[in-house]
Design a protein around this ligand. Structure first.
Ligand SMILES: Nc1nc2c(ncn2[C@@H]2O[C@H](COP(=O)(O)OP(=O)(O)OP(=O)(O)O)[C@@H](O)[C@H]2O)c(=O)[nH]1
Ligand SMILES: [Mg+2]
Ligand SMILES: [Zn+2]
Length: 374
């Protein structure tokens, strides 16, 4: 079983037959954890991230965790835990589910520049050994774009490999592979997740304990490859006609999975453009507590100013929410709306509202046990 799903969260964290090693814990991490080991802290790995919550895999169980107030304050640019991070957790005074109190120094970090300048960079994946830059043979193979991915991989500390998917749809796959390997000077693998052709060539990177992240445009077949390698449907893939899904993303969150051979694979939502604000994650992760409060406002379109029944203002009055957080949240919205060109402005606005939509969607999903805290 490679599924991350905890079976029954109602009796506390679900017991799963797993160990830290199965999530990539090595002597390196044991040594890195030593300075954090005081005060009853224990280690876990971030396997998914969802608004202001992180799904963690620990020695024997998985649970959904929030940050301690201390870490929330300390976490500046890129400092929030990202999928792939190893973290130190503490049990809060008075009990409850363990919270994330520290992020271990990263061996690699895939960082995306956020549009909101005061939020700076956002770490989207950490401790990735190999980056599978995924494109499909039948899509427009934009060399500049691929070069940017390669540069970003190198900057992150991960080894870039180019995967060209949907080999079954083209005739001259091998020639394209050779040409791109020559131009990019990185390993290039042509494959098909439908026929299985070429997939064996990935084995040299699918090594036990190694973490591989799949990145690339929406619809290129990242989740299909993950499922093929896992031998089960871990992530939903797009079923509908492809040209129907323009601009739509099938995968909407990042998640780390264990593959049968012992390697770890991180599936990510397709990115439209590198460097663009990551609508489905950034705002929601950064301001999760405000979105949670906003759920309880009387009016759905509440602006959290002086509307009656505003839960956000009530939380500020009661001291539960720091007013500065609401100010930052507003500022981000304004920054997103104040992008340089009209097209950028429209896109930023679209992304901003999409993130709100995703957040609303996420609320519905919170019933899912996986995200329930004990
Ligand atoms: N013919 C062919 N189709 C494929 C292959 N791999 C994936 N597809 C199809 O491509 C479509 C998109 O696949 P997904 O795996 O959902 O793409 P994705 O990269 O995960 O997309 P996002 O989650 O939106 O980023 C689906 O209809 C798949 O069946 C392949 O090797 N050959
Ligand atoms: Mg996907
Ligand atoms: Zn309100």
């Amino acid at each position: 079983m490679t599924s991350n799903s905890a079976s029954d969260a109602s009796d506390g964290p679900a017991a799963l037959p797993q160990s830290l090693a199965s999530w990539g814990w090595t002597d390196h991490w044991a040594a890195a954890f030593e300075p954090f080991a005081a005060d009853g802290r224990f280690p876990a790995r971030v396997v998914a991230q969802h608004r202001g919550r992180w799904l963690l895999a620990g020695e024997r169980h998985e649970w959904s965790a929030a940050l301690t107030g201390r870490l929330r304050h300390e976490a500046r640019e890129g400092g929030l835990p990202a999928v792939g991070d190893w973290v130190g957790c503490v049990i809060p005074q008075g009990g409850g589910a363990a919270r994330i109190d520290a992020v271990l120094p990263r061996r690699s970090a895939f960082v995306r520049r956020a549009a909101g300048s005061h939020l700076g960079a956002q770490t989207v994946a950490a401790n990735v050994d190999t980056l599978f830059i995924t494109s499909s043979f039948n899509a427009d193979l934009n060399l500049r774009r691929l070069e940017r991915y390669v540069a970003m991989a190198r900057e992150s500390g991960a080894e870039p490999v180019l995967l060209l998917t949907k080999d079954d749809l083209v005739e001259d796959g091998a020639a394209v592979v050779d040409r791109l390997a020559n131009e990019l000077r990185i390993p290039v693998v042509g494959l098909s997740s439908h026929t299985g052709a070429g997939v064996d060539d990935l084995r040299r990177w699918l090594v036990p304990g190694q973490t591989i992240a799949l990145v690339g445009s929406s619809g290129v077949g990242k989740s299909t490859l993950l499922n093929y390698l896992a031998g089960e449907e871990l992530m939903a893939t797009r079923e509908i006609r492809e040209d129907d899904g323009r601009g739509r993303h099938t995968t909407t969150h990042r998640e780390l999975f264990r593959l049968p051979g012992g390697s770890l694979m991180l599936d990510t939502p397709g990115v439209r453009e590198l460097g663009l604000w990551d609508a489905d994650q950034g705002l929601a992760d950064t301001f999760g507590e405000i979105l949670d409060l906003a759920d309880r406002c009387r009016y759905r379109d509440c602006r959290h100013e002086n509307e009656p029944g505003c839960a956000v203002q009530a939380a500020i009055r009661s001291g539960e929410l720091d007013e500065g957080r609401l100010v930052s949240y507003r500022r981000l919205g304004e920054e997103l709306a104040g992008q340089p060109t009209e097209a950028d402005r429209r896109e930023a606005k679209r992304q901003f509202f999409k993130s709100m939509e995703v957040a609303a969607h996420a609320r519905a999903r919170q019933k899912d046990n996986r995200w329930r805290e004990r």
